[in-house]
Ligand binder design. Structure first.
Ligand SMILES: Cc1cc2nc3c(=O)[nH]c(=O)nc-3n(C[C@H](O)[C@H](O)[C@H](O)COP(=O)(O)O)c2cc1C
Length: 324
């Protein structure tokens, strides 16, 4: 087997690609370090949302999504990434160590998913009243399974229950003063801001408040925002993992990004929805007692006008090179 590690410049480009991953409130809670042909991915606890995400579960889902994207970027450089999750128990902030020496030819799957990394955006617009074809849904479920998670499309009854639970969750969150303050911090428009959610990504206001969409315009509304009618019967799927440990959260993040990119490749719009899983009592209702699988994320899927990209922090903020 041929082995040659990737050089610093190539790995720097891979890190830049990895940073296009989705993250809670676009917090981008990651840091990278390149050392020889190895990349280490760290959780940046300074960017954790203390009110919404006290356990750091969504932070690690976000970092997991970046790890998956990094794997694809390395795959595109004709290497099989060798990934160890939490390689050093004494350093829990070190989420992944990835070696890049094993030479390979990028598979069709890697090429297909890598091709849509920069066109995947969270879409908060109304989706068309069109059904997601069964074979596409099967591929999304297979994408989650490939990463050791499960994706289950909610049937009509479960979907309505989830919408109801999400509305309850959203109402409870909004009533929490800390929630509004935190949301305000991550949606405060500032010139040249490179993180958080800009008004261009809020999407229109759901006039009937029927869908479980997070209202990013709650604290800093903007006058041009229009109201719209959203789809009456959203397609919703639940991403779940066996276990609910930090390693399971990283796994969920990798699965989330694999599902989102597979969906993008099939021209589907996607919205990760996390309010129902942010309130423990509501989350318990989404956990299947028969399998013990824990819900990690709800994903809304459908067809819609394209959404705009959100900003990313500069490489100098997220990348360190050599020994710390
Ligand atoms: C763990 C996690 C939770 C998220 N929760 C929500 C959510 O509840 N509602 C929502 O509209 N977007 C949610 N998102 C999407 C992020 O807001 C989005 O990824 C981020 O703003 C960056 O934008 P992009 O996905 O368009 O690149 C979530 C993403 C992650 C990774």
């Amino acid at each position: 087997m041929m082995t040659t590690s990737l050089d610093m410049q190539t790995l720097t480009t891979c890190v830049q690609t990895a940073a296009l991953a989705p993250s809670l409130h676009n917090s981008q809670p990651w840091r990278f370090q390149i050392d020889g042909g190895t990349v280490e991915v760290f959780a940046d606890r300074g960017r954790q949302l203390e009110v919404l995400d006290p356990s750091g579960r969504e932070l690690l889902i976000s970092v997991g999504a970046a790890v998956f994207t990094l794997r694809l970027a390395i795959g595109m450089q004709a290497r099989t990434p060798q990934v160890i999750i939490f390689p050093d128990p004494a350093r829990p902030e070190l989420v992944a160590r990835i070696r890049t020496s094993q030479v390979t030819t990028p598979s069709v799957q890697v090429r297909d998913l890598a091709a849509v990394i920069s066109s995947r955006h969270t879409n908060r617009r109304p989706f068309m009243n069109a059904v997601v074809p069964a074979d596409v849904m099967e591929q999304l479920c297979a994408a989650a399974a490939h990463e050791g998670a499960t994706l289950t499309q909610a049937g009509a009854v479960t979907r309505d229950a989830i919408v109801g639970l999400a509305q309850t969750a959203e109402a409870r969150l909004r009533a929490h003063g800390g929630y509004r303050a935190e949301l305000g911090q991550w949606t405060q428009p500032r010139p040249h801001r490179r993180d958080g959610i800009p008004p261009t990504a809020y999407g229109p206001w759901d006039a009937l408040e029927h869908l479980p969409l997070r209202d990013f315009g709650l604290v800093h509304p903007y006058p041009q925002r229009t109201a719209a009618r959203f789809e009456a019967h959203p397609t919703i799927a639940v991403l779940a993992t066996e276990g609910d440990t930090p390693a399971a959260w990283v796994r969920a993040g990798q699965a989330l990004q694999r599902v989102l990119l597979t969906a993008t490749r099939h021209h589907l719009a996607t919205t990760p929805i996390s309010q129902p899983v942010e309130i423990p009592a509501v989350r318990d209702l989404l956990t299947d007692p028969a399998t013990g699988r824990t819900a990690q994320m709800i994903i809304r899927l459908g067809y819609a006008a394209p959404a705009a990209a959100t900003p990313r922090r500069p490489l100098t903020d997220i990348l360190e090179s050599g020994q710390p």
